[in-house]
Design a protein around this ligand. Structure first.
Ligand code: M6R
Length: 599
């Protein structure tokens, strides 16, 4: 996830501030970084692929500069590379950008007609050229920024330097955060608090559609190029650790709150150029007669959901296996087999071993990975990245959801129908708001958590896709709250496990599949008749009054391909609330590691 830092001041060396600021943003994840700074009345740019260290070693820190901008990039448009890294410079304009310019292709065509050419694949360079074009026409950068807001669609936080203005830093934002931090005879801009916390704790929050001009001794915030807004100055009370959590009590909670955005980013990254782009990015799935999905833990559970969707929409048999088993079993490959490896870290030893086995057999491999440049990403034949950003909590939430998003797109690509594609795109837009609203229902999850946190055993039931979600819900609860739970296919319980149900045993029943709803209701009644305390998780469409549940959580309806992205949220938050009530170390549960690089 990209990061921005900027400095204008009399007291410090800009290059030092920029590098320190960028290092403090490293936790967000990035694949390249860069700085632009004013030296001897000229803007110089240095950028590099990979770690900030690669950039740092190219910088001469004895160079004096009192004005500069820096950026860490997490690739969206164009691969991680030095050319695609920010800052970008076109004509007199140098800028860094967080966010996504949705209409960059249209803008690019128009700008090309006006004589602009582009060296990167980024949407950012297009925005830079647009600002330069308007600046050449108007020669008033504030008016240009004002006008840009009507021309650019999408999200952005920009920090801008202008060639012939050597004492000012310009910023503007929409839907991507930006703060202005205040020092003595110096001011800063940053996308995120940690970037400036080492230097100052006084700041102004820039709101959507606001623009600002910073000099070393002034900050002016504008509503439009003629109207200055008076802003409050706030003070950060957090230390660095708290700032990285962005005010949330735990990383896990922060990461759950990021789910709507990262799911959107993951999907948008793959569909931004329409349905045809999907077929060019994805392998040609029609080549395959059989798919093996191999993964561990939550990634395995994501694979189970992928199986249901791919089998239904793609009509290809899918076998999902835990990597530690897969690597030692007899495999039935043929030249029409595809092996899909799913991994957040891209370093999980068992998943990596499974990938290597498939490669040894000359079988095509596709990795769904979050960490760019990780071993699994490097070694697989095809790679699709989830855009979850860095996930710090050991229990995965946003990376798991991003994996579901990619698997949904794979299933969608197999339908190969424009109407379905268009519906999917509009359902995705709806999804972001639905997810956000669901996350906000904290009291519901807290109230249910209060009922169950002192129990010894909990059962999760589901059928079909809901069974795969039950498995993930159960794993989440176990790993962070240490409460024993089991996930069961609801129809299977009566073959043995139902003997464990007694008075007040909590049973979380997931019922979101219309085709199986009557069946699961019968199964729920079976446990209810034996005294279970039932927590029903269902959708608006299937929601009805009944005496077979004690608590109910209702999620909005969406496209079948996207529904699981809603259903999983209450399960994640319920586990979180239970773990909190039990006083567990939520972000670092006992005995667990974020990335399991041993067999
Ligand atoms: O990095 P990976 O996705 O390959 O990790 C796989 C599992 O170790 C991981 O999903 C684990 O189950 C999580 N802690 C679950 O929250």
């Amino acid at each position: 996830m990209c990061g921005i830092v900027g400095y204008v001041g009399k007291n410090k060396q800009a290059l030092h501030v920029l590098i320190e600021g960028l290092k403090a943003l490293e936790y967000r994840g990035y694949d390249s970084s860069g700085v632009a700074f004013l030296n001897n009345n000229k803007i110089q740019i240095i950028k590099e692929k990979g770690k900030i260290h690669n950039l740092e070693v190219k910088i001469d820190f004895s160079v004096t500069s009192n004005l500069g901008i820096g950026h860490t990039r997490w690739a969206t448009h164009g691969e991680p590379s030095q050319i695609n890294a920010h800052p970008h410079k076109v004509g007199k304009i140098t800028l860094v950008h967080n966010g996504i310019i949705e209409n960059y292709e249209e803008l690019k065509l128009v700008l090309k007609e006006s004589g602009y050419s582009f060296i990167s694949e980024t949407d950012t360079e297009v925005a830079c050229a647009l600002i330069d074009k308007l600046y050449n026409e108007k020669n008033d950068i504030l008016k240009v920024m004002d006008k840009c807001r009507n021309l650019i669609r999408g999200s952005y936080a920009f920090a801008i330097l202008v060639d012939d203005i050597d004492d000012k830093l310009f910023v503007m934002r929409k839907d991507s955060p930006l703060i202005i931090a205040l020092g003595n005879d110096e001011n800063y801009v940053a996308s995120d608090v940690p970037a400036i916390l080492k230097f100052t704790n006084r700041y102004i929050l820039l709101n959507n559609n606001e623009m600002a001009v910073l000099t070393s001794d002034s900050v002016k915030v504008y509503k439009d190029s003629n109207t200055i807004i008076k802003k409050d100055i706030d003070t950060f009370e957090w230390d660095m650790e708290a700032a990285m959590k962005n005010g949330y009590e735990h990383y896990m909670l922060k990461e759950i709150n990021e789910e709507p955005e990262v799911v959107y980013n993951t999907i948008y990254n793959l569909i931004k150029n329409g349905s045809e782009e999907l077929s060019s990015i994805f392998p040609d799935f029609s080549k395959y007669k059989k798919i093996d999905i191999v993964a561990c833990g939550s990634a395995y559970h994501a694979g189970l959901i992928g199986k249901t969707l791919i089998e239904k929409y793609g009509d290809i048999p899918v076998n999902v296996e835990v990597a530690s088993e897969y690597r030692y079993k007899k495999l039935f490959y043929n030249n029409r087999t595809l092996v899909i490896i799913i991994s957040q870290s891209g370093e999980t030893a068992d998943s990596l071993a499974a990938l290597r086995i498939a490669k040894e057999h000359d079988v095509d491999t596709l990795a769904i990975v979050n960490v760019v440049g990780s071993s699994i990403a490097r070694e697989a034949k095809y790679v699709l990245y989830t855009k979850a950003g860095v996930e710090i909590a050991v229990a995965t939430t946003k990376a798991y959801s991003s994996q579901l998003a990619v698997l949904s797109l794979i299933a969608l690509s197999m339908i190969n129908n424009d109407d379905n594609f268009d519906n999917f795109v509009s359902d995705c837009q709806k999804l972001e708001t639905q997810m956000t609203n669901l996350i906000k229902k904290h009291n519901v999850y807290r109230d249910i958590a209060l009922e169950i946190y002192q129990k010894n055993d909990i059962f999760f039931l589901g059928r079909g896709i809901d069974y795969a979600l039950a498995m993930e819900g159960s794993l989440k609860l176990k790993e962070i709250s240490y409460l024993h739970s089991e996930a069961y296919p609801a129809g299977e319980l009566k073959h043995g496990t139902i003997s464990l149900i007694e008075k007040d045993t909590p049973v979380i029943a997931i019922a979101t599949d219309e085709t199986l709803n009557e069946k699961i209701i019968s199964n729920i009644k079976e446990v209810k008749a034996r005294g279970a305390s039932v927590i029903l998780l269902t959708t608006s469409k299937l929601n009805k009054v009944g005496d077979y549940y004690d608590y109910k959580i209702v999620v909005d309806d969406n496209n079948e391909l996207l529904q699981s992205l809603l259903t999983i949220i209450p399960l994640q938050l319920l586990s979180y609330e239970v773990a909190k009530l039990k006083g567990c170390d939520i972000d670092k549960p006992r005995n667990l590691a974020k990335s399991v690089t041993v067999e």
